[in-house]
Design a protein around this ligand. Structure first.
Ligand SMILES: Cc1cc2nc3c(=O)[nH]c(=O)nc-3n(C[C@H](O)[C@H](O)[C@H](O)COP(=O)(O)OP(=O)(O)OC[C@H]3O[C@@H](n4cnc5c(N)ncnc54)[C@H](O)[C@@H]3O)c2cc1C
Ligand SMILES: *[C@@H]1O[C@H](CO)[C@@H](O)[C@H](O)[C@H]1NC(C)=O
Ligand SMILES: *[C@@H]1O[C@H](CO)[C@@H](O)[C@H](O)[C@H]1NC(C)=O
Ligand SMILES: *[C@@H]1O[C@H](CO)[C@@H](O)[C@H](O)[C@H]1NC(C)=O
Ligand SMILES: *[C@@H]1O[C@H](CO)[C@@H](O)[C@H](O)[C@H]1NC(C)=O
Ligand SMILES: *[C@@H]1O[C@H](CO)[C@@H](O)[C@H](O)[C@H]1NC(C)=O
Ligand SMILES: *[C@@H]1O[C@H](CO)[C@@H](O)[C@H](O)[C@H]1NC(C)=O
Ligand SMILES: *[C@@H]1O[C@H](CO)[C@@H](O)[C@H](O)[C@H]1NC(C)=O
Length: 617
């Protein structure tokens, strides 16, 4: 015991300027006694990584206590991965280190190893403990990753009153070889206050807030908030975690009304790699507070607790509209494209009238996966929009929507099948959210390209927009098809956020209406993970990424749902904030222990999924 403590205090020889983070192959990789000493200093909260699917690999040394049948039946469940300390939703980003038979990317030859998984995991119970582990790793040149949900995903299922969601798969940020992972799942404080004041506050501010441990996902938060008659600006699906979502901005059903999720943060508790714990808010550690609100999760420190604004839960109305060609003729298919553009161009005006929601346009085999009650096989594009309005009546919402529906009927109605479901009302936000959300399957391969689009670039004459949307949606594989998701995520609610609440979110959000996500690439799952993902990324770079320029040149892109392979990631994801964010990153994490692909500070590092090495480039 004494010896362990002594070992902890020994000066460590690895320097902050080392060329690479340690791998298990380095002589200076901590010994088992070192890890054991760390474990003692954090109350025994250290876990040695056991890949859950190792039970599917007879003879492997890990001894997973979850039998293979259970792993296989739960492999596409986000909730299952969230409950596991090591598992992520999209194992392609662990180099398919240990996956069960029949899951995408499985080959017998790859076996079951720790490869792209962390070596050890801290099941964090508080900020001070996280700080000890962070400093321990920083002193030894060991890479640290942070896992909230391991969710970084894609929605491919819908229920009757859908919340539709499609997001890019970027688990790569919560996975990483040769690392120590800080797992926030069990940080579960949740409290609601009506008259909260920030720590060290000289003003007379009082806010209606929730205090939330970083282990919470939005579904649980909204459900608890409802018991207090409250609501929060959440993500669009219940399994999204507060950590990664708010770290980069975070949009959801209420963002177009109240601002982004990160705009709601009034205080964070954060542990850093120098072993400090800061309570950051408008009055103290303002630089750090600015950075963590939109400047990217997982690079400044580990946030253990958030204080966010709450609002009175609104009555919530939902309406849907679905449009597709009535027959398989060029003219009707043309009409379906025209209707798609007509709907898209009308979204900003609807948003100005308090309507929000998500639109989908799908072609090829993706129609089946994204559009409820779609014809099979689909002919041409199928468009579907789920729209919400708050604090209003179904009659009033109907009145707002009917001009758009009537215009489609009038101009193109004879050539289309049009299904309009007039608004229905839910007494609270939670009742709508709960009725609408279904768990979405995970563990497949995916990558998208996205842009934040202004009102001016969408609200253009329909013929011009039609052509641009058709071009944009050109799929890599026409049988597989493509999807365009139009999230009504920004608009006035985001533009009207006062400067002090804006944090470091990409400024393009403030002048945008639609966060548009195009899923056009088709990934070859037979290739090794690094090649498969990079290949799809390269196809996007040469095709879809260029086509956005016809809609809006130089538009920003929301890092949480984007093509992580874009060479322009620095300006697209972080904009003018990059340099200041990097200074703050280096101030609070001078050893650069925290690395996130395309995150702030990643420009002089390279992570090779194939070798598991993280080195200066
Ligand atoms: C099904 C699905 C639906 C989605 N819906 C939406 C949506 O409606 N709106 C939207 O804006 N985005 C959405 N996204 C994208 C989502 O915002 C990102 O995937 C986000 O990274 C998820 O965060 P997480 O904490 O759940 O994931 P994790 O994989 O646990 O974390 C993601 C990143 O955040 C870091 N991180 C997590 N917690 C902390 C912490 N406490 N401190 C420091 N760093 C931390 C991790 O290191 C990692 O880099 C969706 C994604 C999926 C898969
Ligand atoms: C850490 O200590 C706890 C409590 O003693 C123990 O259960 C756990 O196995 C230890 N972890 C490691 C990695 O040794
Ligand atoms: C795993 O699957 C089984 C049935 O196949 C189910 O009963 C169980 O709830 C699932 N567990 C999780 C954590 O999803
Ligand atoms: C709904 O109305 C209540 C009461 O006026 C208000 O507090 C709340 O912010 C409104 N919510 C939305 C989403 O507009
Ligand atoms: C919406 O308007 C249509 C057309 O006028 C009408 O048939 C329908 O009943 C209205 N629904 C609601 C909820 O107001
Ligand atoms: C939430 O949804 C589940 C099933 O979808 C249902 O059983 C439950 O009653 C719902 N809860 C509320 C409060 O609506
Ligand atoms: C669709 O719009 C194009 C112009 O973009 C027009 O030429 C064509 O006739 C329209 N199709 C239908 C069926 O209205
Ligand atoms: C990653 O997977 C590929 C095969 O898919 C393999 O060749 C490579 O060695 C793996 N990397 C590591 C670090 O194991």
């Amino acid at each position: 015991m004494k010896l362990y403590l002594f070992a902890l205090l020994l000066p460590v020889t690895t320097s902050a300027a080392a060329q690479c983070k340690l791998t298990t192959q380095h002589d200076s990789w901590p010994t088992e006694a070192d890890w054991s000493a760390l474990n003692n200093s954090i109350s025994g909260q250290l876990i040695q990584t056991v890949p859950v699917a190792s039970s599917c690999w007879p003879g492997n040394p890990f001894n997973s206590n979850v039998d293979c049948a259970t792993v296989r039946s739960n492999w596409t469940s986000a909730a299952f991965h969230a409950q596991r300390p090591e598992s992520v939703d999209f194992p392609v980003f662990t180099n398919n280190s240990c996956i069960p038979p029949d899951s995408p990317g499985y080959t017998k030859a790859q076996g079951c190893t720790l490869r792209g998984l962390p070596q050890y995991i801290v099941d964090a119970t508080g900020a001070a403990q996280a700080a000890v582990a962070l400093k321990w790793a920083a002193d030894r040149n060991v890479r640290v990753i942070v896992k909230g949900t391991g969710h970084d995903l894609c929605g491919r299922d819908v229920s009757k009153y859908v919340i539709l969601y499609y997001a890019s798969v970027n688990d790569i940020r919560s996975s990483g070889a040769n690392s120590l992972s800080i797992w926030t799942h069990n940080l579960r404080r949740i409290q609601f206050h009506n008259n909260w004041s920030p720590e060290n506050c000289n003003s007379q501010e009082h806010w209606s807030v929730a205090t939330l441990g970083a282990g919470w996902t939005w579904g649980g938060i909204i459900q608890h908030a409802d018991k207090h008659g409250k609501v929060v600006v959440s993500g669009g699906t219940p399994t999204v975690g507060i950590g990664g979502h708010t770290g980069a901005g975070g949009h959801g059903p209420l963002s177009a009304i109240k601002g982004l999720a990160s705009d709601q943060i009034l205080q964070v508790t954060i542990a850093t790699t120098q072993g400090n714990v800061y309570i950051a808010n408008d009055y103290q550690h303002q630089d750090l507070f600015w950075a963590v609100r939109g400047g990217g999760a997982g690079v400044y420190g580990v946030i253990t607790e958030y204080v966010i604004r709450t609002y009175t839960s609104p009555r919530t109305a939902l309406a849907t509209l679905q449009v597709q060609a009535a027959q398989n003729t060029p003219n009707t298919i043309g009409a379906a494209w025209n209707a798609t553009a007509l709907i898209a161009s009308s979204l900003p005006d609807l948003m100005d009238q308090g309507i929000t929601g998500t639109g989908f346009v799908a072609t090829g085999s993706l129609v089946d996966q994204f559009i409820p009650d779609a014809p099979s096989p689909a002919v041409g594009p199928v468009s579907f929009v789920a729209l919400n309005a708050f604090n209003t009546t179904s009659v009033a919402m109907n009145t707002t929507l009917l001009p758009v529906v009537d215009r489609i009927r009038r101009e193109l109605g004879t050539l289309l099948t049009i299904k309009y479901t007039p608004p229905i009302e839910f007494p609270t936000f939670w009742e709508w959210f709960n009725a609408s959300s279904k768990p979405m399957p995970v563990a497949y391969y995916g990558i998208d390209s996205s842009r934040l689009l202004s009102k001016q670039s969408i609200q253009i004459p329909v013929p011009a927009l039609t052509q641009k949307i058709k071009d944009l949606m050109t799929p890599q594989d026409s049988t597989f098809g493509s999807v365009l998701v139009l999230t009504m995520a920004a608009g006035r609610g985001v533009a009207d956020v006062p400067p002090i609440r804006r944090g470091a979110v990409l400024p393009a959000w403030r002048s945008s209406y639609i966060h548009a996500i195009a899923s056009t690439a088709h990934i070859d799952e037979q290739l090794p993970p690094a090649q498969a993902m990079a290949g799809a990324g390269a196809w996007l770079n040469d095709n879809t990424e260029l086509r956005w320029d016809a809609i809006q040149r130089g538009a920003g892109s929301y890092v949480n749902e984007a093509n992580q392979f874009t060479p322009e990631w620095k300006s697209r994801f972080w904009g003018v904030n990059y340099d200041r964010l990097k200074q703050i990153k280096l101030k609070y994490d001078p050893s650069e222990t925290l690395f996130v692909a395309q995150g702030v500070g990643s420009d002089h590092w390279e992570y090779d999924l194939n070798s598991g090495k993280l080195c200066r480039s």
